[in-house]
Design a protein around this ligand. Structure first.
Ligand code: CDP
Length: 213
């Protein structure tokens, strides 16, 4: 019997986890789950209800989040970046979202990207990747994804603001008491500063092939 393949892709904000995980899943014919969207959807629901994610409990909102939320188009905006990180620090929110993530990999396996996939959700994942890049590289990539005007005269100032935001979010994600962002003991790090998306995918596929031989 072949073993169910679960691939954990963790790392800091805007490191390119999503790009890699999506392409890896397609190449290996596995389902793909962006777990950040579950925390984003929880934060979004709180904002929509007029509540402050920094202070109000978010558990009841997390409990109603489902796979249909992943189709929402209003989750990748700066106010939701912050709200997601705030609700993700609440232990009850994390507990409410564990089963959904584990069931997703079900019998077929999956590629999942997030912060705690290799440490908490699937500590026995077949392959654990930790994707990183410098804050500057990550800020440039995120800015390019979101920028409405690539020739904006204040491009540099905008990138600096994005960098400050992702550094602050990484600090919050790394210092929280539950499921902090950290490298699993048995994870393989891929530093992506000087790699293209194709090169990161090739490296990840090589690691997966090595570990599943
Ligand atoms: O795309 P980006 O790297 O900016 O963020 P994301 O993966 O969508 O995650 C948004 C926020 O959700 C993070 O800053 C974390 O606080 C939280 N998160 C988490 O705590 N655990 C996960 N498995 C995934 C995301």
């Amino acid at each position: 019997m072949t073993r169910r393949l679960v691939i954990a892709v963790d790392g800091p904000a805007a490191a390119g986890k999503g790009t890699l995980a999506k392409r890896l899943a397609a190449a290996l014919d596995l389902p793909y789950l962006d777990t950040g969207l579950l925390y984003r959807a929880t934060g979004r629901r709180m904002i929509d209800a007029g509540l402050d994610p920094a202070h109000a409990p978010a558990e009841t909102f997390a409990a109603t989040v489902g796979l249909e939320d992943l189709r929402r188009t209003d989750l990748r905006v700066p106010e939701v970046d912050r709200a997601a990180s705030l609700v993700a620090a609440q232990p009850a929110v994390r507990r409410a979202l564990v089963d959904l993530q584990r069931r997703f990999a079900g019998v077929h396996g999956a590629v999942l990207d997030g912060r705690d996939i290799g440490t908490v959700i699937f500590p026995d994942a077949t392959v654990k990747l930790f994707i990183t890049a410098s804050p500057r590289t990550r800020a440039e990539r995120r800015w390019e994804q979101l920028a409405t005007n690539p020739d904006a005269p204040d491009r540099e100032a905008q990138i600096i603001r994005v960098e400050q935001e992702i550094v602050a979010r990484d600090a919050a994600d790394s210092s929280r008491s539950v499921a902090p962002l950290c490298v699993a003991r048995d994870a393989i790090r891929i530093e992506t500063d000087s790699l293209t998306a194709d090169e990161v995918l090739a490296e990840a596929l090589r690691i997966v092939a090595d570990m599943t031989r």
